[in-house]
Design a protein around this ligand. Structure first.
Ligand code: FUB
Length: 321
């Protein structure tokens, strides 16, 4: 065989070996997902970091129609191992205006206090405490946003505190609503609510800010639908207008992972390192009422686009310095 021909066969062989090992390295075993981070059924996880600890505030799952009546809090110093801090708000015990459907809470820290926002019987309430682990009291003794205040369901609050200290609350199923909270964090001017519906938006809005850009993320489809997934839009303002990112959603199920959505995001303090907490149908045997809480790494590309999250990547312990 002439020399040139041998060289080109060798090169082709090397190239195909290289490509096949690359494909192997990227091949994901979609039949084996990493374990959930919380034991049992917990959904709508809201993740936060205070000091050197991470906290998770989920919905207690496991009843048809999501009839849970109390909220728990979980803490961790590495994102992988979580401690149950117990019940932080019990609706029949602590509220005068709602007894069930304790859903999708969130937390914010301002003026030395922790403010806990949650859905209760399709109203939005607010609690206050000196500690991230509660217990939370009900400072206003009524909903902060009452059922029927706007189109869609008054559920799934998220409070984002901007660099200038302004706090914005996002919420809503069916459409997304946003309002600036008053300095006291427990009141707002409802006449100033801005409502909009990005294409595909269903519920679970969550706001992050990175390098001056606001990223509004949300869940698409119904939480009982295996296609439940997370998309996002960006803006230079916390109240929009927002431009939806095209292409692959931030996160969606694949293989054994179904119904992955209703998320929250945490940034490791002082680092450009981000983690996304979300629920999926419990593996095995779960559905839209039996969901479990997971955490994955979330990355950006050089242009600031959120890259598709690999729900099969094993989470490594993370320490806050
Ligand atoms: O967990 C109850 C409800 O299911 C939440 O409020 C929705 O976002 C959906 O996850």
């Amino acid at each position: 065989m002439e020399m040139n021909k041998m060289r080109s066969i060798g090169l082709t062989l090397l190239l195909s070996l290289g490509i096949s090992s690359l494909i192997k390295a990227q091949k994901v075993d979609t039949l084996n997902a990493p374990a959930a981070v919380l034991p049992g059924v917990y959904a709508d996880p809201n993740i936060a970091v205070f000091g050197k600890k991470f906290y998770l505030y989920p919905t207690t799952d496991g009843t048809e129609g999501w009839l849970s009546t109390s909220f728990t809090c979980w803490s961790s110093d590495n994102l992988v191992n979580w401690k149950n801090e117990g019940v932080i708000l019990d609706l029949p015990r602590d509220l005068t205006w709602a007894k069930e459907r304790a859903w999708a809470p969130t937390i914010a820290f301002k003026n030395g206090k922790y403010y806990y926002y949650y859905s209760a019987n399709v109203n939005i309430g607010v609690g206050v405490s000196d500690k991230p682990t509660g217990p939370f009291t009900d400072p206003i003794q009524k909903p902060l946003i009452a059922r029927g205040a706007k189109k869609g369901q008054m559920i799934d609050p998220m409070v984002f505190v901007d660099d200038d200290g302004s706090a914005y609350m996002y919420w809503g199923q069916g459409q997304c609503n946003v309002v600036k909270l008053n300095e006291d964090m427990v009141s707002c001017d409802t006449a100033k609510i801005v409502s909009f519906k990005p294409t595909g938006y269903n519920e679970g809005p969550f706001m992050i800010k990175r390098k001056g850009l606001y990223y509004l993320m949300w869940s698409e489809y119904d939480t009982r639908d295996p296609r439940y997934s997370i998309a996002y839009a960006t803006s230079t303002s916390p109240i929009g207008p927002f431009k939806k990112a095209t292409g692959y959603p931030v996160l969606k199920g694949k293989g054994v992972v179904k119904g992955a959505g209703h998320h929250s995001v945490v940034q490791v303090p002082g680092k450009d390192e981000w983690y996304i907490a979300y629920h999926r149908f419990k593996i095995p045997g779960g559905d839209g009422y039996n969901r479990e809480t997971c955490i994955s790494t979330m990355r950006f590309d050089a242009e600031g686009t959120i890259l598709p999250v690999n729900v099969f990547e094993k989470l490594k312990p993370v320490k806050v310095k």
